[in-house]
Design a protein around this ligand. Structure first.
Ligand code: 3PG
Length: 214
């Protein structure tokens, strides 16, 4: 089992994916993988989520599929049973933390405020999702977090574009970013898998200049 630290080190961008069907999930995951994306977050916001996790894991031996939008212990348990390699939650509760520990699912918990961060640190987390990143202060907020929380590393997610991703990844406390810009709604509607592969290729090549300095 890979740790969150190992998973976030695999690539600079984790696409956040919500699928209407397993078939759609397979096409999209394959397109992104062709573009160099090895780590995916599939949300449980739709009925197809869990089965899409199960199936996309079969695409390649080195694909790492996580379950996103985990808000309850039941979802954590179902995600683990579906084979998810990690979980992502928009916020952090004792329930989600304990369920993740109990089933052995590495968790990337969401935070937005200093109090959220203190809670996450008190539970032992060293890497957290900053959500919703752009809406909650973006680059300036992450810079401000460096003072009181110098050792904490972030995966900002929410409102991030290709252009913003480069700026976020240049921050010393950012290890990777999450987002849905690799799968535009129009491309999904038109089944334009090639466009997604191109977006994935560009995303997977974004530099992370500071990753090794932490
Ligand atoms: C989400 O929860 O939907 C993710 O944070 C992705 O956000 P985005 O669609 O703004 O990239």
């Amino acid at each position: 089992m890979k740790s969150v630290n190992e998973i976030v080190s695999i690539g600079p961008v984790i696409p956040v994916l919500t699928f209407e069907s397993v078939e759609q999930g397979m096409h999209v995951a394959h397109a992104l993988y062709e573009g160099g994306i090895k780590v995916l977050e599939i949300t449980l916001r739709t009925a197809a989520g869990l089965r899409a996790i199960e199936q996309t894991l079969q695409l390649a031996s080195d694909i790492v599929v996580g379950a996103g939008t985990l808000t309850t212990s039941t979802q954590v348990e179902k995600a683990k049973r579906a084979g998810a390699k990690f979980g992502v939650s928009p916020g952090l509760t004792s329930e989600i933390h304990e369920a993740s520990q109990d089933v052995g699912l590495p968790l990337l918990p969401g935070v937005m405020t200093p109090s959220d961060i203190l809670f996450a640190i008190s539970l032992g987390y060293e890497i957290v999702k900053f959500f919703p990143a752009q809406q909650a202060g973006g680059l300036d907020m992450l810079q401000a977090f460096r003072g009181p929380f110098p050792a904490l590393r972030f995966c900002p997610t929410g409102g991030i574009t290709r252009e913003l991703a480069t700026s976020f990844l240049a921050l010393p406390n950012v290890v990777c970013v999450g987002g849905s810009w690799l799968t535009p709604k129009t491309a999904i509607a038109e089944q334009n898998w090639t466009e997604m592969t191109c977006l994935a290729r560009a995303a997977s090549q974004i530099a992370r200049p500071n990753t090794n300095t932490l």
